[in-house]
Design a protein around this ligand. Sequence first.
Ligand code: NAD
Length: 250
Amino acid sequence: MTQFADKVALVTGAANGIGRSVAMMLAERGARVVVADMAPAGEQTAADIRAAGGQAEFVRCDVSDGASVAAMVKAAVTSFGRLDIAVNNAGIDPEVAPTATWEERTIDSILAVNVKGVFLCLKYEIEEMLRTGGGAIVNMGSAAGLVGVANKPAYTASKHAVVGLTKASALQYASQGIAINAVCPGAVDTQMLADNLGDPGLKDMVAANHPIGRVASANDIAEAVIWLCSAQASYVTGHALAVDGGLVIQ
Ligand SMILES: NC(=O)c1ccc[n+]([C@@H]2O[C@H](COP(=O)([O-])OP(=O)(O)OC[C@H]3O[C@@H](n4cnc5c(N)ncnc54)[C@H](O)[C@@H]3O)[C@@H](O)[C@H]2O)c1
């Protein structure tokens, strides 16, 4: 498919899970893709894209570090000449515990990746997109960016912040050709969910909380991201799209 034939895309957190699916799907549909991740396994995503006939480069990046993010965007432009699409997907959710028990350093680490990381990505991606006349950016939120989740106070705060950052930045750049949206998944069948649950037997219980009756696949989420990156969504900006099997309408 050649939907994104002339486009250059960057996906953070693309070594695994949702980010990997988004990167693979963008490449299948013709985009040249920068696979960014702090994990070396990102090289495998890029290699898989190339093996399937696509174009991809792996860039090692820690999104919580400004110099690293600036270098990632620079690498995209050096490799492929421009930046049209960015999916700020990297995120962490390392702790499930009541608010009163949280360690300060865990709060800091979640906010550093999930909030500052998205902020830094926006900063450098927008700078580049303004140079070439526009683009589409999708930030990875969560159902926890739309409603409260007990035992996940820092993650909930971080994903509400992602929605806020999305709206503020969308307003700022709407007239300059940059569309900025967020996707807010419910539970998605990735390593993050497995780590959160601990016991695999709990997955059925989580699935039952979603009106559709199952957790999402990474591809379910990638399809929504792809649409927001496409010309078909060109009149959509500042939106936080729940892709959650009906979780937050209950
Ligand atoms: N899995 C779910 O149930 C779920 C639900 C809602 C939202 N999300 C969000 O979707 C996004 C992707 O989650 P996933 O389930 O695919 O997780 P995952 O753990 O499978 O993948 C996350 C990827 O991000 C990378 N990463 C982590 N910190 C990074 C950093 N500082 N710099 C660069 N890369 C970093 C990891 O190496 C990993 O490859 C996250 O933002 C997450 O909060 C996930």
